[in-house]
Design a protein around this ligand. Structure first.
Ligand SMILES: NC(=O)c1ccc[n+]([C@@H]2O[C@H](COP(=O)([O-])OP(=O)(O)OC[C@H]3O[C@@H](n4cnc5c(N)ncnc54)[C@H](O)[C@@H]3O)[C@@H](O)[C@H]2O)c1
Length: 365
């Protein structure tokens, strides 16, 4: 491994930078220096420069300055969805390795451009799907790798909240985010699901989106959100058929009249066994079911961990694991766990659900 510390710039210093990227990078401070802090909001720049900045670190409100800084090796893109592709492509072109937040981009064309740029420039690109690093997610991954599930032919990707519209940032603004819960939290659940299935060959996608709860009184659960400025869907559902016939049902909602929220999780059913990630009050635990010695058996390693893995207690921090794995991939020139070509397929499926909802037709890949 190289002795040199990587020089990192962070663009976008809101919620996810505060809860995941900055503490995650700080946990590998023997390998990285955070040298550039960029946000439209100068106060955020000053605050995090003081808290996390290496010697000589600076702030800027213009992301081009970070991208064009020849001393920087790695850039983390933590801005609103609409700028992920533009900033990532510019950073790759300037020779930087990039960790971009999810969703990769607001549509398939922008995501494919990011992948093409990474391949052409030979720079590394990964997407912030930190849920793969949760204990329960790793447990299911091992079960899949050991063949305990057999051939997975049915999966459900869960990203449903009873009441949980984000109340910060620009999440309900379609112009800045490209979509609502489907692109925001559906993306995590679908990433996990496809990763377990190891199947990225899509045949057909159909879907429907709704804008219902946004228009009626919210009830007394959770925080209030701005009902006037709510241009995205509030729930979305997709049916995805893979080329080998396997099927996936995807459910995504920030607000839906269901009893239980279930998110950052999936259900897998295979020829030998199944896996369920069960969410309760923001915490997830995995349970395997199968047959051994002629009997049905359940395996539940517990304890449950916090969905998304940041912002509170609940086991080792997946955000720190994500940062450590990513920085090691850059230093050792290995492939990151989350590969951009996988995130492109997730993005294309989400776009196909939006397209199917607006045209009333299914989308053939
Ligand atoms: N991995 C996860 O689980 C997870 C969780 C939450 C958010 N996210 C993603 O992180 C991204 C940011 O979300 P957030 O919750 O931190 O939002 P946020 O609004 O709290 O923070 C985004 C920040 O980026 C800044 N910004 C936006 N565009 C910029 C630009 N072009 N140049 C400089 N600064 C810019 C804004 O001023 C804001 O401070 C989104 O893409 C979101 O989907 C991921």
């Amino acid at each position: 491994m190289s002795e040199k510390k990587l020089r990192v710039g962070i663009i976008g210093l809101g919620f996810i930078a505060r809860l995941k990227h900055l503490p995650g990078l700080a946990s590998v401070s023997d390998k990285v220096d955070i040298v550039a802090f960029c946000d439209f909001n100068q106060d955020l720049c000053d605050k995090y420069l003081e808290q996390y900045g290496a010697e000589g670190a600076y702030t800027t409100t213009d992301w081009h300055e970070v991208v064009n800084d020849p001393s920087i090796d790695v850039i983390h893109v933590c801005t609103w969805n609409v700028s992920h592709s533009e900033i990532t492509c510019a950073a790759l072109e300037a020779g930087k390795h990039v960790m971009c937040e999810k969703p990769m981009a607001i549509n398939g064309a922008e995501a494919r451009k990011m992948l093409e740029t990474a391949r052409r420039t030979g720079r590394k690109l990964t997407i912030g799907y930190q849920n793969r690093f949760r204990d329960d997610a790793q447990f299911v991954r091992r079960a899949v790798d050991e063949g305990s599930l057999g051939d997975i032919y049915l999966a459900k990707a869960h990203a449903v909240r009873r009441r949980g519209v984000p109340t910060w940032g620009v999440f309900t603004d379609v112009e800045k985010q490209g979509g609502g819960p489907l692109i925001d939290i559906g993306t995590h659940a679908l990433d996990l699901t496809l990763w377990y299935m190891g199947n990225y060959e899509v045949d057909q996608v159909s879907g429907q989106v709704f804008h219902k709860i946004a228009e009626i009184p919210y009830g007394d659960e959770g925080s209030e959100f701005d009902q006037q400025n709510f241009s995205t869907e509030d729930s979305a559902f997709g049916f995805i058929k893979m080329k080998n016939g396997a099927t996936i049902f995807l459910e995504a909602a920030w607000a839906l009249n269901v009893l239980r929220s279930r998110e950052a999780s999936c259900t897998l059913a295979g020829t030998k066994g199944g896996a369920e990630m069960i969410t309760d009050n923001g915490y997830v635990e995995a349970v395997l079911n199968g047959v051994a010695g002629g009997k049905t058996v359940f395996t539940q390693p517990g304890p449950s961990v916090r969905a998304y893995g940041f912002g509170g207690p609940g086991g080792p921090d997946p955000g720190a694991r994500e940062a450590a794995a990513w920085i090691d991939a850059v230093l050792n020139d290995t492939e990151p766990l989350v590969k951009p070509e996988q995130a492109v397929v997730v993005t294309e499926i989400l776009e196909a659900i939006y397209t199917s909802a607006s045209t009333g037709e299914s989308v053939t890949f």
